[in-house]
Design a binder for this molecule. Structure first.
Ligand code: ADP
Ligand code: MG
Length: 343
């Protein structure tokens, strides 16, 4: 007998959809930090417990929300950042799908405290299992604090799949470090189980963000990359790369940005490594923070719900120019013997 085809109820649909956005504690942290940065924060404090499995708190001093906005924000497909599909080409904010808060609230307990700048009162709102279970006035500073607990308690299959605290925290740290390096004008702090992991000063200087995130030795080895072009699909490549001898076994220490937005761009990482040529042993990778200045339309960020990997419309030129810019920086600093032969 053929199985009956039934429509899923709303709650089940929500949990399945939420799984696309929220995979692990680091994905929660990513969405909340992006929201804080989109809210024009000058300070973002991230506190996690047990790698984020027990508790995640992201506090910002951004624009905040009124009670009406806060109620709307936790609903599905609600965003203040995008009006219609034509905005997608010029989107300047990190978020735009309007699904993160809703998704997090479907698979965790979410407590939001927020007060608009110059607003008269704050609001506290609690979401459980996708429903607002509490909402009312509260005394709180301007800005927004989101606390996430009981992550995946209603999705045991996902909860079980989470790794050790250390591994989950590694992912959290990677995400927060990426945004801290991408936004040196914002003071970003990360705390794990009551200990400060790093805190950037937010003074606008990328070098000082690197110092706090990676420490003195790495910061001292960085050389600056700066190149621009008048024509073609890449207007500029700028940032910092490490001395070839300051390297690590993983690719995780190469932070790639497009127009200041922190993204995963394998093509850019590969091009950075190419520039070092034989100065790097196999399976060793440098530290780098590289921002690529692209005209609108040069990149598609809308490829994946978790916005993991960007697609470049002219990847070949992006690779060439990144490699070229990094190679020139290393040559100028006397860290390369000669330009790598081009194939
Ligand atoms: P998106 O970021 O894609 O718009 P979210 O679900 O992450 O979707 O957030 C929904 C809306 O809630 C945002 O568009 C914004 O208006 C508001 N919001 C979320 N987080 C914050 C915050 N930290 N400060 C101010 N407003 C926020
Ligand atoms: Mg968002």
């Amino acid at each position: 007998m053929a199985p009956e085809i039934r429509e899923l109820d709303a709650e089940t649909r929500d949990r399945i959809a939420a799984g696309e956005v929220v995979e692990r504690p680091a994905s929660v942290v990513k969405e909340l930090v992006e929201n804080a940065l989109d809210a024009d924060a000058s300070r973002v404090d991230v506190t996690v417990e047990a790698g984020g499995k027990d508790r995640i708190v992201v506090a910002d001093d951004g624009v905040g929300m009124s009670e009406t906005d806060a109620r709307a924000a936790v609903k599905e497909h609600t965003t203040s950042k995008l009006r219609d599909v034509s905005d997608l080409d010029t989107i300047g904010t990190l978020g735009f799908r309007g699904e993160a808060l809703h998704a997090i609230g479907s698979v965790a307990r979410l407590r939001l405290r927020t007060k608009p700048r110059d607003g008269t009162r704050g609001t506290e709102l609690v979401v459980e299992g996708g429903d607002v279970v509490d909402c009312g006035p509260v005394g709180c500073p301007e800005g927004t604090t989101v606390e996430v607990t009981a992550l995946f308690e209603n999705v045991p299959a996902r909860r079980k799949y989470l790794k050790t605290d250390t591994t989950e925290f590694d992912h959290v740290q990677q995400v927060v470090a990426g945004y801290a390096l991408a936004a040196p004008d914002v003071a970003v702090r990360l705390d794990h189980d009551g200990r400060e992991t790093f805190a950037t000063p937010g003074d606008g200087d990328r070098q000082s963000a690197v110092l706090e995130v990676y420490g003195r030795e790495v910061a001292a080895s960085m050389v600056s990359v700066e190149q621009s072009w008048d024509d073609g699909p890449v207007a500029g490549v700028a940032g910092l790369v490490s001395h070839p001898e300051t390297n690590r076994a993983g690719r995780d220490y190469m932070t790639t940005l497009v127009n200041g937005r922190y993204v995963t761009a394998s093509a850019v990482r590969e091009a950075i490594v190419e520039a070092y040529g034989r100065q790097l042993a196999a399976d060793r990778y440098p530290f780098a923070v590289i921002d690529i200045d692209l005209p609108p339309g040069g990149v598609d960020v809308n490829v994946h719900p978790r916005k993991l990997e960007v697609l470049f419309s002219d990847e070949k030129t992006v690779r060439e120019r990144v490699e070229n810019a990094v190679e020139s920086a290393l040559l100028d600093a006397g860290l390369l013997r000669s330009r790598a032969p081009r194939g």
